[in-house]
Design a protein around this ligand. Structure first.
Ligand code: SF4
Length: 290
């Protein structure tokens, strides 16, 4: 049986960068606090915890003083930086440069909308860490939309500037933009709608390459943490292309009968899936098919 690991799957450079920061500090100091889960992958979390990574929540963070805290790739709202300053916390800032640039853009957009009495709209999940960081750039005023059904929150008679969480689906973002344009048309000046292309290419390109990869195999094993939004999105893409796609979080979930009639198995994953996990999956497939 042919077994192939998708060479374009695995950590994006933002996740790779923050994990490297964590590993370097853990090597030197044996312990580091991280505000929130550094990566949405349970297996990688277990590895880092065994090296000394300690995940803290916001309540704990607010009460900490005189220590170091790692900021993950998703970025943080300004409030987090203010607390650090007040409590003498040294931040090891692992914010992905793409997210950082997006935060700056959202901030500028918000300042412009304040002058025009307009609205900042973010396509994303309200509770997602990146979106919390983005909304923070707008003093909490941005309207967050995750489905077309939520569009009624927008006042279409006023200017709108639209951004997307970096890991959202491009097609859905285009649909959302089209629908907003439709509703503004006739109610206000259409030029008062600005749609920014802010989906990360690391994600958008993967959508295309994973489609092709999924098509080329009889069975697709998609390895990802269950709470990775990018993982959910990319798995959906695999499913669309190849109905014989399975979502797994660990090699232990693989069942021998999945390989019935399969001549080739493709292994791929999210931007938060470590390469070593995909290799473990490949080894397991090999041992089950022998
Ligand atoms: S998906 Fe893109 S924006 Fe998000 S952390 Fe990775 S590289 Fe950065």
């Amino acid at each position: 049986m042919k077994i192939e690991i998708d060479q374009r799957s695995g950590f994006c450079f933002g996740v790779e960068k923050v994990i490297k920061i964590a590993e370097d500090i853990l090597k030197k100091e044996g312990k580091v606090y991280c505000l929130g889960e550094i990566v949405h992958n349970q297996r990688e979390m277990e590895r880092l915890v065994s090296l000394g990574l300690v995940t803290i929540d916001y309540e704990t963070y607010r009460n900490m003083k005189n220590c170091k805290v790692l900021i993950r790739a998703h970025g943080e709202p300004p409030e987090t930086y203010k607390i650090a300053e007040k409590n003498n916390i040294q931040l090891l800032d692992g914010t992905c440069p793409i997210v950082y640039r997006l935060q700056k853009k959202v901030k500028i957009g918000y300042e412009e909308m304040k002058i025009k009495d307009g609205q900042v709209v973010i396509f994303g999940k309200e509770e997602h860490a990146e979106v919390i960081g983005l909304k923070g750039q707008t003093e909490g005023k941005a309207i967050v939309i995750s489905h077309l059904q939520e569009l009624d929150q927008i006042d279409f008679s006023k200017p709108v500037v639209l951004y997307s969480q970096t890991t959202r689906n491009k097609k859905k973002y285009r649909e959302l933009g089209r629908e907003i344009r439709k509703r503004i048309n006739g109610v206000a000046d259409i030029n008062e709608l600005i749609i920014n292309n802010t989906i990360c290419n690391q994600v958008a390109n993967r959508e295309l390459t994973i489609r092709e990869f999924a098509r080329n195999h009889d069975l697709v094993l998609f390895a990802s943490g269950k709470n990775s939004s990018n993982g959910k999105m990319l798995f959906q893409v695999c499913k669309e292309e190849n109905p014989n796609s399975r979502f797994i979080s660990s090699e232990s979930e693989i069942k021998k009968n999945w390989f019935d009639n399969a001549k080739s198995v493709g292994i791929c994953g999210a931007t938060s899936t470590p390469e070593w996990l995909m290799r473990n999956v490949a080894d397991k497939v090999k041992s089950l098919s022998e």
